[in-house]
Design a protein around this ligand. Structure first.
Ligand code: CTP
Ligand code: MG
Length: 171
């Protein structure tokens, strides 16, 4: 496993992208209110265009600052790390929407807890960023650490967001 600090810094744009929509989201839904073949919503009311864009922008800005302030061994240089911040943020929002897509197909209400939902954004961002990574990021120890930490941290952050009134449900 690589140094824990480098893995934590790697996660920051992903987590920022994931959290920003809770603060800045709302308005027109990403699926424009449309239904899928099964008659249920494609993504549902919780996924909005503004939230998606805010998540990608927030993660990219923070990732850009980190690319300058904290060069990571997983990228060949500052520019690559900056682009990776964008790709990770985009992957996070795509994974988040995909999680909702799967939940709607399983007829789960928005806000219902679902294990896949908890890690899908991380998995999709890890897949998308693959072409930009040059270091040892995809080592089994690193991946296990990132997954386990997220399974613990993501629900905890949602719980906190609910306590502080930012989120309607604690998950
Ligand atoms: N949000 C948003 N746009 C997005 C993602 C999230 O506006 N693309 C905002 C919404 O206000 C949403 C909140 O962030 O209610 C929490 O998002 P999330 O927990 O992902 O939504 P859930 O209510 O759990 O819905 P789902 O079951 O679809 O995951
Ligand atoms: Mg959710």
């Amino acid at each position: 496993m690589d140094e824990i600090l480098t893995l934590l810094v790697f996660l920051v744009p992903i987590y920022v992208a994931n959290a920003t929509p809770v603060l800045l989201g709302g308005g027109t839904p990403l699926d424009l209110g449309k239904k899928f073949l099964d008659g249920r919503r494609v993504f549902g009311e919780s996924k909005t265009i503004r939230g998606f864009v805010a998540g990608v922008a927030g993660g990219t800005v923070v990732g850009g600052i980190l690319a300058y302030a904290f060069p990571l061994p997983f990228f060949s240089g500052m520019q690559t790390q900056f682009v990776a911040g964008f790709v990770l943020s985009l992957g996070t929002m795509m994974g988040d929407a995909f999680g909702s897509f799967v939940k709607r197909r399983l007829d789960m209400e928005p806000g219902r807890p679902f294990l896949l939902d908890t890690v899908l954004f991380l998995i999709v961002s890890l897949i998308l960023v693959y072409p930009l990574v040059s270091g040892t990021l995809y080592d089994i120890g690193n991946i296990a650490f990132l997954l386990v930490l997220t399974v613990i941290l993501h629900p905890s952050m949602n719980f906190l967001a609910n306590l502080t009134g930012l989120k309607k449900v604690p998950w």
